[in-house]
Design a protein around this ligand. Sequence first.
Ligand code: MRU
Length: 320
Amino acid sequence: MRTIDWVDGAVELIDQTALPGELKVLRVTAVAELIAAIRSLAVRGAPALGVAGAFGVALAAREFAGDAEGLARAVRAVEVARPTAVNLARGARRAAARLGDGAEAVLAEACAVRDEEVAASAAMAALGADLVQELCGERPRVLTHCNTGALAAVVGGTALAVVFELQRRGALAGVIASETRPLLQGARLTAWELERAGIGFRVAVDSAGPFLLARGEADVVILGADRICANGDVVNKVGTYAHALGARRAGVPFVVVAPESTVDMDTPDGAAVEIEDRGAAEVTPFSAAVNPAFDITPNDLVTAVVTDRRVVRLDRGEKL
Ligand code: MRU
């Protein structure tokens, strides 16, 4: 099934906060509910957020028909529901650009955003698997971080789509999924997806990743991005930077797989990106905490960026 879709006048999405315990589908008809789902991470992951943003505007166009002020406020609220993944505001703005043509045109544009992410996932899977086999030989062992599978997109995913494709080719020797503190997108969601796909994996605590790489337990790090800046800096789930440092030190390729909708040429570098702070409560109820949800991996640590259209070898000085 699709992680997020438009079904009979409403947005239906898998509630990712309930996984892996329960596969629950939320049916959302009001913009405020969709924004709550985005903020709580019921729907999450950059491509899925882009689709959610576009569908959010489609909901708003119906809910606020005849109320231009309310509509503008609702669109803005969707755009800023989470700040880091460029896909969210981009998807919302794309759908909003059709508001002048009526609610049906807005919905058609939102469905186009969805369909493009479906196609992009398939393209990334093939391009990424080709590159990984070229870099690492026939049956690599993969280390991945956060969740970049179908749950983070509509179907397939980004980095995890490459893992699924390697498996399909009989070219995967195993996966280490880092648990991804504090919300456990790796231990809960990636583990759930790998299990369902029948792929052998082990979960590691985040801080073990660089050590496991040093010990030679993976041949490649493959992960996604929330925003890829014009200079190639990669903004992704906190912990990505540590894995990039570990990969460089171990001489292991560090491959970022993300659709073109995540490449943001208007943002020059990682320092210009707002890193979402999700507050102390997710980390500890007992003491003060700092909880950046994403980090920035400098371009010089990235071997390659794989999108649905191209492979950019940053290690060879190629530019986005
Ligand atoms: O906070 P999340 O779970 O939305 O963060 C998701 C990530 O960081 C993913 O790695 C990224 O969006 C790429 S998803 C294909």
